[in-house]
Design a protein around this ligand. Structure first.
Ligand code: BGC
Length: 394
């Protein structure tokens, strides 16, 4: 009996494989053939390209809708490489948008705290907008006084990217490319940047960043999604785990002091899953400086190795988000500056702590901190960074 069952299963599996059915074979490449009758949403040519409006100078902005066989959907804009929406399943298999943002381009053009944005050339803060490289001091725009934040006044989140949708071996993807000119926002070197955003068949949104330069420069790219796994409300009940024994304490302008401090016995110890709200209100100087969590954790795993660095669980819907990265640090930010003044998608008001951000990256102010892992990119080298947000439910 057992033998017959095994044989039948093997026959079915081979039949499914030959038919190119991605629902059972996991072989997403088969979707490319258009043979997938059971999951036509991922068949060839199905990456929807539509208009997302025009920029004030008349240039057209495109919106790409990526889908996978399971029913997950991500919408990516060629302006700012923004993730406009991203759906994920709850424990009953119901998909809902788990990101904050706006319904239309106008909102992003008027005011955005980096909703869903592609961040560069240097993610996070550089103290007083200065750094010295090869003996020369560079001056950057101060857009978060007294510091520069997320690339300056016109960071990579506010430029139009060249976009090319394609079906990759692991899912539907958009390749974004941009040349950041020598001197743009004060940074040296023409920087050629490529970011591939893929919605994979195993419910992950994956970012693969590469960059090259013609002059020594500094690079630190990341993704600035604001996540709300329940679809609404604050995030204080979410359980967070961060695989880090240390963090980088900051001064009151959120610039690291240079110390790598143990999380032991502090509200920054997320080595075991802990509710965001459990200690956020404690009388702690670091929490006061950040108005909550707005800090960089020193990831335990070796820099450059792709692996899980954080997990977030939302108890009411059961949604789980797992963050993987190659980067040495993780900025965990709890939407402390959201204050109810922004009305976003579907007319929702974004109140204090209605989202969290998990931004894998290098440590803040690394260009001025000789003891931090280097962010210098030289001609002939290729900057590489991978970030994956994986969704499931329990
Ligand atoms: C920073 C916050 C900042 C936010 C801007 C985060 O990456 O850590 O300090 O307020 O971006 O929206």
């Amino acid at each position: 009996m057992k033998k017959i069952l095994i044989q039948s299963f093997a026959t079915l599996a081979i039949a499914a494989f030959l038919a190119g059915c991605c629902c059972t074979s996991q072989n997403t490449g088969k979707c490319n053939t258009g043979k997938c009758s059971c999951c036509s949403s991922c068949s060839k040519g199905n990456i929807k390209e539509s208009s997302f409006g025009t920029l004030p100078d008349g240039r057209a902005v495109k919106l790409y809708t990526l889908r996978n066989c399971k029913g997950m959907e991500a919408r990516i804009s060629s302006y700012g490489g923004l993730v406009i929406s991203l759906t994920a399943p709850d424990r009953n298999g119901k998909y809902a948008d788990v990101t904050l943002g706006y319904d239309s381009l106008d909102g992003y053009l008027k005011e955005t705290p980096y909703f869903g944005a592609l961040i560069g050339r240097y993610g996070n803060r550089i103290a007083k907008g200065h750094f010295t490289l090869d003996g020369k001091t560079y001056t950057l725009a101060i857009n978060d006084p007294p510091n520069t934040l997320h690339g300056g006044k016109v960071g990579f989140d506010k430029v139009l990217w060249n976009a090319r949708p394609f079906q990759s071996g692991i899912g539907q993807a958009v390749e974004l490319t941009y040349v950041s000119k020598d001197g743009e926002e004060g940074y040296p070197g023409n920087l050629n940047v490529k970011v591939v955003i893929t919605l994979t068949e195993n419910n992950s949104l994956r970012f693969d960043y590469t960059a090259t330069t013609d002059k020594s420069t500094v690079v630190n790219l990341t993704h600035h999604g604001y996540f709300n796994l329940a679809g609404e409300g604050d995030v204080l009940g979410y359980e967070v785990q961060i695989l880090a024994d240390k963090f980088t304490p900051v001064d009151q302008t959120l610039i690291p002091t240079g110390e790598l401090k143990s999380v032991e016995g502090t509200p920054f110890d997320f080595r075991k899953p802990t509710a965001i709200g459990a200690r956020i209100g404690q009388d702690d100087q670091q929490l006061k400086f950040g108005r909550g969590y707005d800090h960089n954790w020193v990831i335990n795993k070796p820099f450059g190795e792709l692996g899980v660095i954080a997990r977030i669980y939302e108890p009411t819907t059961g949604r789980v988000m797992e963050v993987s990265s190659t980067e040495p640090g993780l900025q965990f930010y709890t939407g402390n500056f959201l204050d109810g003044k922004i009305t976003g998608k579907g007319g929702r008001v974004y109140n204090h702590r209605n989202a969290f951000c998990m931004e894998p990256q290098h440590y803040p102010d690394s260009p001025n901190q000789p003891n931090f892992p280097s962010v210098v990119l030289k001609p002939g080298q290729t900057y590489k960074n991978t970030i994956i947000y994986s969704f499931s439910a329990k």
